[in-house]
Design a protein around this ligand. Structure first.
Ligand SMILES: *Cc1c(COP(=O)(O)O)cnc(C)c1O
Length: 390
């Protein structure tokens, strides 16, 4: 089936619930069993980690399974694990495959809280963390050690939007039995099919595009069949449990993912081109632009570009001037959690979030291009850019 058809139908089974189109929300802790034989069957199921039966609120309900099936189907995979937020998905995916004494390779331009988790969470557990240049490509092979257990990717990179050569890195990792874990939030499951490109665990902050309405926190890890049980067991062990109402809202938001992503892409490209023509702008960081250094790989591997992009100002504009510009915006609100219907802006400081590579450019900001009319958005940016020069 084609993608838009999958979006409309994935995870639905109306006849299993009185013909009601959407799966119901189950509010539960206790699940009661008809007899002891069923108690034993669900215990066995929990011990082998598959959690196929509904046996306890923490492990989710048929609604959770419907959400997982839908997200997995969108990414061309078979399985996915629901987590309470994107960071929970990152933590559970890493902890599933790392133990004390293991070595983790993590891209240098990773999402800031994931860097903090590696530096302060994983290192405290005795896991060696090494940051690598996201443009390393197949050169990653030279960084593997005997104890390398996982390589972590994010493409395009957080804040700076470099495009990684995911298939080249995944090929090197797979040859050595190293797990490939990727944060795929920027693309949503629609624009980058991570599992097809050799990734073992593809992480989404469902807080962002999947839910799409800036009203909930949720995460999901799309997995290869071998990685499903380790991630699911880790999530259960650490007590990562998503709230049923959030899962419901995310599944509802997912039904419009196709039309929303097409619009985000079209509007972001318009805004990006408009920004490129502005005299204050040194570079727009957005791989869908033909001038972007990552454009060739993006074109080769991705099916589209989302609404999130970076802007670097010319050297003569200070961080204070950039702050003045951001404070002057009316339509773009200042805020982090992009992926909703609304436009957002934040100042960025990529140079402070790197240790293996350097970022030496002028003041920068990140924009999320929402679903508003682009003429209104560029008018807002135009009056704010005037304040940058003031
Ligand atoms: C927001 C975000 C996360 C974390 O998701 P939460 O649901 O906020 O915990 C992870 N990765 C990326 C790229 C994000 O933008």
């Amino acid at each position: 089936m084609k993608q838009d058809t999958i979006i409309a139908h994935a995870g639905l089974d109306p006849l299993a619930n009185h013909g009601v189109v959407n799966p119901p929300v189950y509010h539960c802790s206790t699940i009661v069993f008809p007899d002891v034989a069923t108690v034993h069957a669900t215990r066995k199921d929990r011990h082998d980690g598959t959690f196929k039966y509904v046996s306890y609120g923490r492990e989710g309900t048929p609604l959770t399974r419907a959400f997982e099936q839908a997200v997995a189907a969108l990414e061309g995979a078979k399985t996915a694990v629901t987590l309470p937020c994107g960071m929970g998905a990152i933590a559970a995916s890493l902890l599933a495959f790392l133990k004390a004494g293991d070595h983790l390779l993590m891209l240098d331009a990773v999402y800031g809280p994931a860097r903090d988790f590696a530096e302060n969470g994983l290192r405290n557990l005795g896991i060696e963390v090494e940051f690598y240049d996201p443009l390393v490509g197949e050169g990653i092979g030279r960084l593997f050690r005997k104890n390398t257990a996982a390589v972590y990717l994010e493409s395009p990179c957080s804040l700076t939007f470099e495009v990684m050569d995911v298939p080249a890195i995944a090929a090197q990792a797979r040859r050595r039995g190293v797990k490939v874990i990727m944060d795929n939030t920027w693309s949503s499951p629609l624009f980058f099919k991570a599992i097809e490109h050799g990734v073992d665990v593809s992480i989404h902050a469902a807080t962002k595009y999947l839910s799409g309405h800036s009203d909930l926190m949720l995460g999901v890890a799309v997995t290869t069949p071998e990685c499903d049980v380790p991630v699911r067991k880790t999530a259960s062990r650490f007590g990562y449990c998503a709230g049923p109402d959030d899962v419901y809202s995310a599944l509802r938001g997912l039904r419009t993912l196709g039309v929303r992503m097409r619009q985000h892409q079209q509007s972001a490209l318009k805004v990006a081109r408009w920004l490129q023509a502005r005299p204050e702008v040194e570079r727009v960081l957005y791989p869908a632009l033909p001038e972007d250094p990552g454009h060739a790989i993006w074109k080769r591997d991705f099916h589209g570009a989302s609404g999130l992009l970076g802007v670097v100002f010319k050297k003569q504009y200070s961080k204070e001037a950039a702050a003045r510009m951001l404070d002057s915006l009316h339509l773009f609100h200042l805020g982090y959690s992009w992926g909703g219907f609304e436009s957002l802006a934040v100042p960025t400081f990529p140079e402070t979030l790197r240790s293996a590579t350097e970022w030496r450019h002028g003041a920068s900001i990140r924009l999320h291009v929402g679903l508003e009319d682009t003429e209104d958005l560029t008018a807002d940016l135009a009056q704010a850019l005037d304040k940058l020069r003031a």
